[in-house]
Ligand binder design. Structure first.
Ligand SMILES: Cc1cc2nc3c(=O)[nH]c(=O)nc-3n(C[C@H](O)[C@H](O)[C@H](O)COP(=O)(O)O)c2cc1C
Length: 156
């Protein structure tokens, strides 16, 4: 990987966030940016802490506004350890459903709030996809990434 390449970390219950991540990865590969996709249950928080690459987090929401099961340990360990992440740049694509009005996309929002509180630098505004709006999350994810994030990554 080169410094302009991207590490994509995925928090998902039923694979939608992974699909969005894979389509963003395909778009990146077509634009000369290499990607590595890792699901959060397969990694230690040091993968994030020690990353030399910008991070893209794709996270859905479950329970009552919780991060998905496969991300619980990762999220809690990061929160408990609270490392300084001022060297980390990240973008965030969250998935939720407005049917859960009071906790809409809280999984992604929890990640964004946590990373921000640990001084990580936000690349562009996070996007929160609403599963009830009839759009395809992977299409929306690629559009968001293409219009808002890729330039920022190329300029870092
Ligand atoms: C049991 C259950 C609980 C959910 N809870 C929430 C929630 O609290 N807030 C929200 O915005 N979306 C919630 N969702 C919606 C999912 O986050 C959304 O469908 C998402 O696209 C699923 O992505 P995934 O397949 O990557 O896990 C819930 C879905 C299910 C099935």
């Amino acid at each position: 990987m080169k410094t302009k390449d991207i590490l994509i970390l995925v928090a998902t219950m039923t694979g939608t966030a992974l699909m969005a991540a894979e389509d963003i990865a395909d778009f990146c590969n077509e634009n000369d940016i290499k990607t590595k996709i890792l699901e959060m249950d397969n990694i230690d928080i040091n993968v994030l802490i020690n990353s030399k690459f910008p991070i893209l987090i794709c996270s859905s929401t479950y329970g009552q506004g919780d991060v998905p099961d496969n991300a619980q340990d990762f999220y809690n360990n990061l929160k408990d350890k609270s490392p300084n992440l001022s060297h980390i740049k990240y973008a965030l694509f969250g998935l939720g459903d407005m049917t859960y009005r009071d906790t809409f996309a809280f999984g992604g929002k929890k990640f964004s709030d946590l990373l921000e509180s640990l001084n990580a630098f936000k690349l562009g505004n996070p996007f929160y996809h609403d599963a009830s709006d009839g759009t395809l999350p992977e299409e929306v994810a690629v559009e968001w990434f293409k219009n808002n994030i890729i330039k920022k990554i190329k300029n870092t």
